[in-house]
Structure formats: C-alpha cells, structure tokens
Design a protein around this ligand. Structure first.
Ligand SMILES: [Zn+2]
Length: 115
C-alpha cells in the first residue's frame, strides 16, 4: 500500500528528529500532503495506527493530523495562479497549457509534539 510506505518514511524522519531533540515519546504528528501525492487520508490514518502499535516512539494514543494542500499551478504565459482540479493543466485566464506546478506534490511533517 502506497500510504503504508509514506507513513513508514515519516516514522523514520520522526525517529531521527526525536533522537536529535531527546524526545522519548510522540503524542501528535501533523502532516501536510499535496493532493498530487494521491495519498488517501483514511489510508494514512490506518497506516499510522498500524505503526503506532509497533513503534515505541509513538504513544499508544498518538494523533495524526492531516492537512491537504491544493494543487496550484502558475501559467507561464500570463503568470496567472490557479487551483488545478481534475488534472486540467490549462490556464483559466488565457487557455495556455504551459503551466508550472507551484504546489501539490509535497509531503512533509509540519510539526510534531512529544516529550
Ligand atoms: Zn495564462
């Protein structure tokens, strides 16, 4: 499952960061995911719960917060910025297909809490 490996990567980052900051247990993790990652929030939650059982760093009632970022494109012809829906990479202002992706592909830890 795509989401399972995504969460696995997040857990690895948390392990490294927690070790650096001397954090023993994490109670909350906030993730930002771009819609182009195709990650399904429910599946991310499900995967997180699976990792929570195995990974002592995550408290047994640790919470995963997910914020989805829209897909934003910028037209290279007229510099218009707009939200891309249904993979329509077409400028609504001038109909150009010369579109640069501004956001939507990211997946990162916004913050986490622990002690
Ligand atoms: Zn345009």
């Amino acid at each position: 499952m795509h989401e399972y490996s995504l969460v696995g990567g997040v857990v690895k980052q948390l392990q490294a960061s927690a070790a650096e900051n001397n954090i023993k247990q994490i109670s909350r993790v906030a993730l930002v995911i771009g819609k182009l990652t195709m990650a399904v929030p429910d599946a991310l939650q499900f995967s997180f719960e699976a990792f929570r059982k195995e990974e002592p760093l995550l408290k047994e009632d640790a919470v995963l917060e997910i914020r989805e970022e829209p897909v934003i494109g910028e037209c290279k012809e007229c510099q218009h910025r707009f939200e891309i829906k249904d993979y329509e990479f077409i400028c609504p202002s001038c109909s150009s297909v010369n579109i640069k992706l501004v956001s939507g592909r990211e997946l990162y830890i916004d913050y986490y809490e622990g002690e």
